[in-house]
Design a protein around this ligand. Structure first.
Ligand code: NAD
Ligand code: DAU
Length: 340
């Protein structure tokens, strides 16, 4: 029996990871910790809330006293940190909370891991730490050796956390791994991110805001495949190592939006080009060959198989969408897009 702490588990990827792990490993125990910011929703955890091997704790990863108390009580084997401020546009509007949550939060967790020793601290990072690739060099991919070269306050905060994790490994001997994944999509994604936002607006026949010319490229991975990769890395990855995660699904933003519109039989005329994102990264593309060769990971979904399921999920979970799309979400969407 192993005991896991999953932080940020009321969010999109952490929530999917909780669902995956709780049913896959009934003999293990899972404590999910989340501050329930605008992006965290207990409804995401409803299907597993009453599972015997799962419990939710409302706490902030920056709150040292509360975190240390929890570690003293629980004695975790594995700590997996998903908790973060995750939306690039918000980091351009207000960087400070990104630095607090995304850098100081992991530091508190790692200090707790040193005081109450764990088998592994895993930091969930992102391909955005590598910066971007040119559009006219499809041969170039990010590898784990690509230098860090960040563009937004969000990606800078994630890169800072990665450096801190490696420093804790070298200086204090913290047992750790880092994964860097490409763009995720799938169930329970908050509708400020491109894919769920486009689905939501298209269903309401609202204009679809596309930054610049829509030619920026992202490398899309279904969240289920991100979960299987993290599970493998945490259990079998080598200590102190970084693993890229991605499924070779590069698409321009325009291709993604057109696919969604076709699936929903909505007109392309909903597409509206708006002012570009400041510092907008041109292209992300991951080389996941280390993860594939060393740990045998293979993604289950292509973009073509995953996107239809994701649109169907959104169609079948309108209640979830309506409940999360309130308060702070509405304020941000109104203020942010009115200046575009
Ligand atoms: P999300 O915004 O949907 O969820 C983040 C969760 O963290 C929320 O539940 C929120 O309440 C919680 N949280 C925020 N601040 C907290 C704090 N101080 N203490 C405790 N909980 C806090 O984000 P996501 O898309 O699920 O991303 C999860 C992780 O994966 C992040 O670390 C992100 O950088 C990384 N990542 C995301 C993607 C992607 O495409 N979404 C890709 C690669 C990596
Ligand atoms: O690559 C991994 C990263 O993917 C994660 O680390 C981040 O947490 C996650 O938010 C995501 O970042 P992106 O900036 O790539 O995702 P987003 O959904 O915000 O935007 C995807 C692309 O769509 C990007 O090129 C910007 C564009 N876009 C986005 C929005 C919200 C638009 O054209 N219009 C929009 O309104």
């Amino acid at each position: 029996m192993s005991k896991f702490l999953i932080t940020g588990g009321a969010g999109f990827i952490g929530g999917n990871f909780c669902h995956y792990m709780v049913s896959k490993y009934p003999q293990d125990e899972f404590v999910c910790l989340d501050a329930l910011t605008y992006a965290g929703n207990l409804e995401t955890l409803e299907p597993i809330m009453n599972a015997g091997n799962f419990r939710f704790v409302h706490e902030n990863i920056c709150h040292r006293e509360g975190i240390f108390k929890l570690f003293a009580e629980e004695h975790f084997d594995y700590v997996i940190n998903f908790a973060a401020e995750s939306h690039v546009d918000r980091s351009i509007e207000n960087p400070e909370i990104f630095l607090k949550t995304n850098i100081l939060g992991p530091q508190v967790l790692m200090d707790a891991c040193l005081k109450y020793p764990v088998k592994r601290f895993h930091q969930v990072s992102t391909d955005e730490v590598y910066g971007d690739l040119p559009l006219d060099r499809p041969d170039l991919l990010f590898t784990e050796q690509t230098p860090l070269h960040t563009s937004s306050p969000y990606s800078a905060s994630k890169a800072a956390a990665d450096l801190l994790v490696m420093a804790y490994h070298r200086t204090f001997g913290l047992p750790c791994t880092i994964s860097r994944c490409s763009n995720n999509y799938g169930p329970y994604q908050f509708p400020e991110k491109l894919i769920p936002m486009i689905i939501k607006k298209a269903l309401a026949d609202e204009p679809l805001p596309i930054y610049g010319k829509g030619i920026n490229v992202r490398d899309w991975l279904h969240v289920y495949d991100h979960c299987t990769a993290i599970d493998l890395i945490v259990r079998q990855g080598a200590d102190g190592e970084i693993y890229n995660i991605g499924g070779h699904n590069e698409k321009t933003n325009l291709e993604v939006v057109q696919t969604i519109l076709n699936y929903l039989s909505k007109p392309q005329s909903l597409i509206t080009f708006v002012k570009d994102r400041a510092g907008h990264d041109l292209r992300y593309a991951m080389d996941p060959s280390k993860l594939e060769k060393e740990l045998g990971w293979r993604p289950k979904y292509t973009f073509e198989t995953g996107i239809g399921r994701t649109i169907d999920w959104n169609l079948n979970h309108r209640d979830w969408l309506e409940h999360v799309a309130s308060g702070e979400y509405l304020r941000f969407m109104k203020e942010y897009y009115s200046s575009k």
